[in-house]
Structure formats: structure tokens, C-alpha cells
Design a protein around this ligand. Structure first.
Ligand code: CDP
Length: 227
């Protein structure tokens, strides 16, 4: 069993393709972005983010050992739900409020150290598909299959906007677009483990691919490597 790392820009459909592939080949899927979203939710709920966005980093660092993220299959959706300290937070981590605070939280070196350690522990045995920003570069630099996914800003914003609307969450297209551009900027320019294409990653621009087409493309890459 191999390790599959899927990285790329925000809202480009990485998690959809990663989940589909994992289900198809019987691997475990881990959404590393959900883990950073849990850290942001935790900081918000503990009052560690001021109205102007300032983070109480000393308090958050002291509380880091209390952040335990796990994933459990939801029998109804057939997909894993995210749990923060035993509580299902799958809906709460996907709000615009969490989206607007997650990237500064994910740029903190002590947050990355803690989440990277949890991710490496989850993937120790292989047989895993993990998606994020730094999986092929920092978490599993030796992953056998690395994919870097991207799509145009507007298409990504439209997909995320549709997703929020489908969930009945308040959404404004321009706000979604601004948020993903801002997250991409922070994610690409931070000092620790920035979003970057690994030199040995295969690049997929899925701007004009359907979910089914990207799924087929990814399966082909997997079979090329393993058969
Ligand atoms: O769903 P979307 O692609 O918009 O984002 P996500 O995968 O849920 O990740 C949320 C945020 O977590 C990103 O914008 C990054 O700031 C951070 N992240 C990270 O720093 N490293 C990862 N491996 C995954 C996510």
C-alpha cells in the first residue's frame, strides 16, 4: 500500500477527488485542512481571536495538547466526519467564519508542528490518501504518488459558493472569492511549509473537468503506478 498526497489551492475540489479515490481503492482518507479548521474553531470558541483578528498565540500554544482531531465514518453520508475532542464538528468547521480565520492559525509554527505530528501518525502504515497544502512537501515528502491540483480563482469560488448554498449556509460570491484569494496568499507566503508544488508532483488543472473526469484521471495515475 502506498501513500498518496494531494495538494493544491483552496476550494479546487481536492477533497472530492481524494475521497472518491480512497473509497474506490479501499484506502483511508484524511482531510488535513479539516484539522487546521478544528484549530481555528477551537481558538474562536476559547476567545483567543480578537475582533481585529489578533490571535492570543501564547494561550493557544499552551492549549495545543488539548486539540485532538479524529475522523469517523458517517454511515448516512458514507463519508468521514471530523471530530474535535470527541465532538462532531463537521458542519461547524465549514463556515465562512472559520474560513476567514484558518490561514493565520495554520501559519503558526507550533500549530503546524502539532498537526503534522498527528498526520504522520495517521499515515504511518501507508494505505492513505491525504489532501492539503504541504502533504507532498512536508508531511509525506516520500509519498509515492503526489498530485498538485489547481483551477482558476473564479471557478474555485463558484464551486465553494455552490457548496455553501447547497448546505443552506449564508454565502456571498465576492466574499467567497476574496476569502480564497486571501487564503492562497497567506498559505503560499508563510515561512513554515508553504503551499508549493513538489518537484515530483503531477499537476492537474481541473478548471474544465467534471468530477467524474477528474476521478478517472486520478484512478489512471494510481493504476499506472501500482500495476
Ligand atoms: O476546503 P479548502 O480547500 O478551502 O481548504 P481546506 O483544505 O479546508 O484548508 C483550510 C485551510 O487550512 C487552508 O486555507 C490552509 O490555510 C490550511 N491548511 C494548511 O495550512 N495545510 C494543510 N495541509 C491543509 C490546510
Amino acid at each position: 500500500m502506498i501513500t498518496i498526497a494531494i495538494d493544491g489551492h483552496s476550494s479546487c475540489g481536492k477533497s472530492t477527488m481524494a475521497k472518491d479515490l480512497a473509497r474506490e481503492i479501499g484506502y483511508i482518507y484524511i482531510d488535513s485542512g479539516a484539522m487546521y479548521r478544528c484549530c481555528a474553531l477551537f481558538a474562536l470558541e476559547h476567545g483567543l481571536i480578537a475582533a481585529d483578528g489578533t490571535i492570543d498565540t501564547a494561550a493557544l500554544e499552551a492549549l495545543m495538547p488539548e486539540i485532538q482531531v479524529s475522523f469517523r465514518l458517517n454511515a448516512e453520508t458514507g463519508r468521514p466526519d471530523t471530530y474535535l475532542n470527541g465532538e462532531n464538528v463537521e458542519q461547524r468547521i465549514r463556515t465562512m467564519e472559520v474560513s476567514s480565520h484558518v490561514s493565520p492559525i495554520a501559519a503558526l509554527p507550533f500549530v503546524r508542528a502539532a498537526m503534522t505530528a498527528q498526520q504522520q501518525a495517521m499515515g504511518r502504515e501507508g494505505g492513505i490518501v491525504m489532501d492539503g497544502r504541504d502533504i507532498g512537501t512536508a508531511v509525506f515528502p516520500d509519498a509515492e504518488l503526489k498530485i498538485f491540483v489547481t483551477a482558476s480563482d473564479e471557478i474555485r469560488a463558484q464551486r465553494r459558493y455552490d457548496e455553501l448554498v447547497a448546505k443552506g449556509q449564508p454565502a456571498d460570491f465576492q466574499e467567497v472569492l476574496d476569502n480564497l484569494r486571501e487564503r492562497d496568499r497567506i498559505d503560499s507566503t508563510r515561512e513554515v511549509a508553504p503551499l508549493r508544488q513538489a518537484p515530483d508532483a503531477l499537476v492537474l488543472d481541473n478548471s474544465h473537468l467534471t468530477i467524474e473526469e477528474q476521478k478517472q484521471w486520478l484512478l489512471e495515475q494510481y493504476f499506472k503506478l501500482t500495476h
